[in-house]
Write a protein of this length. Structure first.
Length: 259
């Protein structure tokens, strides 16, 4: 397993597959290289690109260095792009899309950007209970109650209580508990839930903002708002897809855009 050092010395684990232009994939909340949607996507895209996946700090085999700051995660992504040759296309999903947006606004060697459902939901609705969620999340994490923090996050994004309880009984729950502290990192990246329009306006590379046609209207609306705020952005809806987008539906769209 190769690793690189971020600017603050934090070890970042990554994988590289395929041949072609460099492409970096950025995970969303509670995901890492070993658990999440980017593995199958990377396999498909590696037919045309040199695909890099990595564990965001505090996840998987990457390290972590307190105190957390969004700028440190931007440095992590920049380090991966540096390993890829200094310039790369970047795709991010959910909170990973928000991180990729911030990185693109700062430069970071990103030459093309694709975002799937960046969850700036305050753009399209009143985000009820957001402040209470942030406060409760940090209380649970400070008390070492990672499992309860994960359950709180799942409830916040709309997962039914019986489904959450069923997941808690599964062996994979321990892995989610292990990276529960990174939920606070994602919350920092998303801020108050509003699209950071200053950052969006600073993105100067070709950008594709995607949403699933079967996703909730508020999620689709947030993606559309992001596309409208980024100067060089196009907006596209993948019919029949949800936030859990299928790799075989997404890969051809990304390959076409980045090519």
């Amino acid at each position: 397993m190769p690793v690189i050092a971020s600017a603050d010395g934090t070890t970042i684990a990554y994988e590289r597959h395929g041949q072609g232009p460099a492409l970096v994939l950025v995970d969303g909340a509670l995901c890492c290289r070993g658990a999440g949607p980017l593995g199958p996507l990377a396999a498909l895209l590696s037919e045309q690109f040199t695909v890099h996946t990595y564990d965001r700090r505090g996840r998987g085999e990457s390290g972590d260095t307190p105190p957390y700051a969004v700028a440190r995660e931007i440095e992590d992504l920049t380090a991966v792009i540096g390993e890829a040759g200094g310039n790369a296309y970047v795709y991010g999903i959910s909170s990973g899309a928000a991180l990729a947006l911030a990185a693109a606004a700062s430069g970071s060697g990103i030459i093309g950007l694709a975002l799937y459902e960046p969850p700036f939901l305050a753009e399209v609705e009143d985000v009820h209970g957001a402040a209470d969620y942030r406060r409760r999340l940090r209380e649970l994490l400070a008390a070492g109650r990672g499992g309860d923090a994960v359950a709180l996050f799942m409830a916040q994004v709309g997962m039914p209580a019986p489904h959450i309880e069923g997941m808690r009984a599964q062996p994979g729950w321990a892995a989610l508990e292990a990276i529960a502290p990174t939920l606070a990192y994602d919350d920092e990246i998303l801020g108050n839930g509003h699209l950071p329009r200053d950052l969006a306006a600073a993105v100067a590379v070709p950008t594709l903002v995607l949403a699933g046609g079967a996703s909730p209207a508020r999620v689709r609306g947030a993606a559309k708002a992001a596309a409208e705020a980024i100067p060089a952005a196009r907006h596209r809806v993948l019919e029949g897809q949800t936030h859990d987008v299928a790799a075989d539906a997404l890969a051809p769209v990304l390959a076409e855009f980045f090519s």
